[in-house]
Write a protein that binds this ligand. Structure first.
Ligand code: SAM
Length: 230
């Protein structure tokens, strides 16, 4: 898979994507992540990539020219499955959609700034808009990294057994049950006995029960969906 990220502040992206699971996946060749500096595409002699909004009001808007030039030059080189624009005024992305994105070959992630991008970019170039949650960040770089991490960790061969994603929250519609590690008694606080029983069937049942209880308590929306399905 190849992920091209377009940003007016590429410095925000260069470090974090070199480390941990995404960094290892890049080094091992599971994913190619290419970062593009939007400013190198502007024809503005002062290197500007934003301007005042038509109709007035506070804030700046990212201009269409550098974004069109950057995306169209990438599209001349290869076919892209999606041009994704992370933006708060879009449906919030869920695990199922992240799972689907892992099946794509080439995607572009466009990072917005200021008040966002000129609507013509969204109308003509963007094929998928996703929000990472109902709050507003100052730029699209963190949302882009959230998406890269969410996708890359699911690519075949990226996670080892120890980090398996299959029993993480949301994959079966519920939250993940509590986890414990050694020591079994930490300062007088002991772990549930079933976990050291060696009875895998009982452990599985305990985990299912805990996942249901936790989801019911903190995410009744997930719990109700799960109950109605089963
Ligand atoms: N004016 C926009 C609005 O009210 O919907 C907010 C723009 S925000 C300050 C600047 C950029 O950060 C956005 O264009 C987007 O790329 C990114 N961003 C901020 N919050 C986000 C979120 N919750 N999900 C995805 N992207 C977000």
């Amino acid at each position: 898979m190849r992920i091209d990220i377009i940003s007016a502040v590429p410095e925000l992206l260069s470090g974090p994507l070199d480390y941990s699971i995404v960094g290892r996946a890049r080094k091992a060749g599971h994913v190619e992540v290419v970062i593009h500096d939007l400013r190198s595409y502007t024809t503005d002699k002062h290197g500007k990539v934003d301007d005042y909004p038509y109709g007035g009001g506070a804030g700046l808007v990212m201009t269409p020219q550098p974004i069109f030039d950057c995306i169209q030059s990438l599209q001349k080189q290869r076919a892209y499955d999606e041009v994704i624009f992370p933006t708060p005024d879009a449906p919030v992305i869920e695990q199922q959609k992240v799972n689907e994105l892992t099946l794509l070959n080439n995607i572009i992630l466009l990072c917005g700034h200021y008040k966002g991008v000129d609507q013509r970019v969204r109308d003509e170039l963007v094929t998928l808009e996703v929000s990472i949650g109902d709050y507003v960040l100052s730029g699209g770089e963190l949302p882009a990294m959230v998406l890269v991490d969410g996708i890359v960790r699911l690519l075949p061969g990226v996670l080892g057994d120890a980090e398996s994603a299959l029993d993480d929250s949301f994959q079966d519609g519920l939250l993940s049950p509590p986890v414990y590690t050694r020591p079994a008694n930490f300062r007088g606080n002991t772990i549930p006995e079933v976990l050291t029983s060696g009875n895998h069937n009982e452990i599985r049942k305990w985990r299912e029960q805990k996942a249901i209880e936790l989801s019911k308590k903190v995410r009744p929306d997930l719990y109700n969906k799960f109950i109605n399905k089963s």
